[in-house]
Design a protein around this ligand. Structure first.
Ligand SMILES: NC(=O)C1=CN([C@@H]2O[C@H](COP(=O)(O)OP(=O)(O)OC[C@H]3O[C@@H](n4cnc5c(N)ncnc54)[C@H](O)[C@@H]3O)[C@@H](O)[C@H]2O)C=CC1
Ligand SMILES: CC(C)CC(=O)C(=O)O
Ligand SMILES: [Mg+2]
Length: 370
């Protein structure tokens, strides 16, 4: 990005800890814009259960427009304490609907360990050494989107909940291409994870991934693993993985598990990207992997690093600023190495607040940017 390209970013904190962590991601982005004299416009928008309860609109028109027109969206989290989401809103206003509206079909979730946080992980240091993997998750298909869905009452009064797991070959092919392209920029290994031993959609997944590999990416090493086995390997020997390619549901579950190798779910960032359109733009949604964490919301306790590292991904994938992306990641490492810890990664040490962790990273970044 140069000084003449202006960019607009929609900033949507959402519910629970979403606004708390997003405020810290936002300030890191604003700091870079200021230090590099870049014309980045940040537009804040309301969204979520709290917006619905307070103002009767979960996804107000102004936020829809800001998201649709933005070069990228920085998002926090959605979710209240009461379940479920009002059913009439599920189709139109849920996070799934947001992702569909932005057409972001691939979700990237990098997982990298840092020796400074080995003690915060539930796993042994020898298991954590050298872990640097990325989960490439299909984001617009599978059981979260399949029709029919719903809860129905059968004759006789029994109730039945229905969800449908569907994948088409083109959905699998496009996410597989994304995973192989990413592997070429890394260690060149893709492990495709499905459940083809019992699911037909899993058989199709495996066949399509293998076919794309054989036709276009023979230089990338491809392996296949059943998802239950993968869940075990992620905690037995996570350093074996480079790129983990998987579907929407499995990627959701495996990424929360994988988060613990880094010490906390609060550490993980994500980028969700769409196809590059004719005008050169693409849907881009950046959000931490965690949810709204109602158990710690409003207490200034949440770890904002997932949001801050999501800003690094935005700099790399949407703003064309890979050097600044590296600097944000370095500022996070420097802050952790100098002892900054939120409660989730403190393990008996003194801990600091969400805002103070933002201060610690911002101060390291400011000196790196000078
Ligand atoms: N992308 C999103 O917006 C997501 C939304 N959700 C929603 O969030 C709500 C809560 O769901 P949960 O299952 O409790 O998952 P969660 O991810 O919100 O929290 C799980 C656990 O991790 C902790 N945690 C999460 N983020 C943290 C952070 N940044 N710093 C420190 N600790 C953190 C929480 O305190 C909690 O103990 C639900 O309404 C759920 O639907 C859940 C996952 C993703
Ligand atoms: C809407 C949910 C699938 C959100 C979630 O848990 C995730 O994307 O990790
Ligand atoms: Mg999840």
């Amino acid at each position: 990005m140069t000084r003449s390209d202006s960019r607009s970013i929609a900033v949507v904190g959402g519910d629970g800890i979403g606004p708390e962590v997003t405020a810290q991601g936002r300030r890191i982005l604003a700091l870079i814009a200021e230090k590099r004299s870049l014309p980045i416009t940040l537009t804040d928008g309301d969204y979520g259960i709290e917006a619905y309860e307070k103002r009767g609109r979960m996804w107000p028109e102004s936020t829809r427009i800001a998201m649709a027109e933005a070069d990228a969206v920085l998002f926090g989290a959605i979710g209240g304490t009461s379940y479920p989401l009002p059913p009439k809103l599920h189709k139109t206003d849920s996070l799934l609907a947001v992702r569909r509206s932005l057409d972001v079909f691939v979700n990237l979730r990098p997982v990298k360990t840092s020796p400074a946080l080995y003690e915060a992980s539930s796993l042994k240091p020898r298991v954590l050494e050298g872990v640097d993997l990325i989960i490439v998750r299909e984001l617009l298909g599978g059981i979260y989107f399949g029709e029919p869905r719903g809860v129905e009452t059968l004759p006789g009064g029994e109730r039945r909940g229905v969800n449908t797991h569907i994948y088409t070959s083109s959905q699998i092919q496009r996410v597989a291409r994304a995973a192989f392209d990413i592997a070429r920029t890394r260690k060149g290994r893709v492990c495709s994870v499905a459940k083809e031993n019992v699911m037909e959609a899993g058989q199709l997944w495996r066949e399509e991934v293998q076919a794309i590999h054989d036709a276009r990416y023979p230089d990338v090493e491809l392996s296949h693993m059943l998802v239950d086995h993968c869940a075990m390997q992620l905690v037995r020997a996570p350093a074996q993985f480079d790129v983990l390619l998987t579907d929407n549901l499995f990627g959701d579950i495996l990424s929360d598990s994988a988060a613990m190798v880094t010490g906390s779910l609060g550490m993980l960032p994500s980028a969700s990207l769409g196809v590059v359109r004719e005008d050169g733009r693409r849907g881009a949604l950046y959000e931490p992997v965690h949810g709204s964490a109602p158990d710690i919301a409003g207490k200034d306790l949440a770890n904002p690093i997932g949001s801050i590292l999501s800003v690094a991904m935005m700099l790399r994938f949407s703003l064309g600023m890979p050097k600044e992306a590296d600097l944000v990641e370095r500022a996070v490492s420097d802050a952790l190495e100098s002892g900054a810890r939120t409660a989730d990664i403190a393990i008996g040490r003194k801990y600091i607040s969400t805002v103070e962790m933002g201060d610690a990273v911002a101060s390291k970044l400011a000196s790196l940017l000078n």
